[in-house]
Design a protein around this ligand. Sequence first.
Ligand code: HEM
Length: 510
Amino acid sequence: MKVAMQMGSLIYCGLALLLFYMMEKLLVLVWWKPTEIQKHFRKQGIYGPLYRPVLGSLAELGKIYGQAPSAPPPQPPFQSHPCHSFLRYVFPHLPIWRENYGSVYLYWYGRSPRLSITDPELIKEMTMNPRRYTQSIQHPVVHLLLGKSIIAVGGETWATQRRLLNPFFLMETLKGLSGVVLSAIEERIERWNDLMESNKLEIEVHKEFESLAQCIIAKVIFGNDAEESLPIIQLQSQQAALSSQAVRTFYIPGSRFLPTSFNRRSKWLRQDAERRFNELIDRREWREGQKEEDWLSLMLSLKTMSRQQIIDECCTIAIAGSESTNLLLAWACVLLGVHTEWQDRAREEVHHVLKGSRPTTEILSQLKTLNMIINETLRLYPPVPFVMKKTEEETKIGNLIIPAGVDVEVPLIAVHHDRNQWGDDVYRFNPGRFAEGISKASKHPMAFMPFMQGPRICLGMNFAMIEAKIVLTMILQKFTLAISPRYKHEPVCGLTMKPGKGAHVMFHKV
Ligand code: HEM
């Protein structure tokens, strides 16, 4: 009896100790660690909304988003009064916290600390050392979109993958791109001409350029298999839409294992894309010996990349290469459709430089006005509005010491909409500000960063600029653009910034 009682109290003691241990661990996780990090930043003069256990700053974010209108008022209409000050609808916390805490502040995504930086000098310092960071993946579904591709990794793994992919994006290699873009846009123009009634046609340019950009990237990566590869790119595009939806919500740890329809769908999308990709590679291996010069065959011939790595990189390039260029083109057409004086100037320049001929990669650099228009579009409507990295080790930016494991967020859209950088006409569509080059357009020479900067700058920047310029020159030569009365100006944001209600533009034959 006595022995049994002793055993009982031993078990109770053990359980009490275990409970105490777990409570201590929990307390460290949800209270001690976050408050220590908060203190660490406060000592360096960095403030922000106070940490609240478990929720962090989410309640405060919820309040700000609950009170802010989600879209600009319909009156006056955008068609007659184009207004580009939309940050307070898309990301209302950005102007509020910036006003309250300055250009660097700390907030909490649940228990995860996030340092938000909009100071261009600090961003420049941060981007100079990409090996110190890894990509911060905000929701596990993004892993299904990117796999272990270049965008998803950090440190030395990133550096190796960048070295492998760099040659694909050199200007010399991209020379053949103009032919691919030209035939794709010429085919579209022919189709639009067939659909025209009384020499005019309304086009929802976001959807239209999405499929155009997908055809172009499919041709570049898959060459003769472009048509068969389109379903892979479309599956990736659906995965990107799920990722965009997911990053707008708070991820509850472990919830990706639940058999929800969202989780099942995202897994199926990835599996189906990989299955189709594997079949495509298998077919290529059977017809070995045929001369193919697309990116897939180049990667296969490298022998240094595993099949899984090739699939991951190609799937990522396919989505990165189509999603953002498509948005640049869509926003450019919306802007040219309301700021018609700039459209006229761009068309005049195109006629003057090209004299009715097809554009070549070399001649594109002479299109100064078009270049300024593209830059101003990327400033006001950056397709990728946020970039987020995680420190892999303790890191110094300027005088700021950032511990390991902190998310460093660059809301580049906030830098592009900062009055201190761009002056009082910050919300005006004024391509002329780029007349003397990018570095002279803003107070800090590096405040313009639609492709980010430093060694981890967008690999596809030249690709995107060639594609956008060729498509726009071809359109300007054949059509005048006017914003449709149906167009509703509601930019929405997930991983990228899209026209929420479509981008309806009227095309009239010149
Ligand atoms: C207007 C069009 C584009 C914009 C605004 C854009 C923007 C960006 C940005 C901001 C990043 C940095 C992301 C980060 O560090 O988290 C990035 C990275 C990247 N982009 Fe783009 N991009 C565009 C077009 C393209 C195209 C056409 C391709 C490929 C054909 C491409 C491929 C990539 C790749 C591979 C990376 C990862 C680079 C690395 O991590 O080293 N992008 N892009």
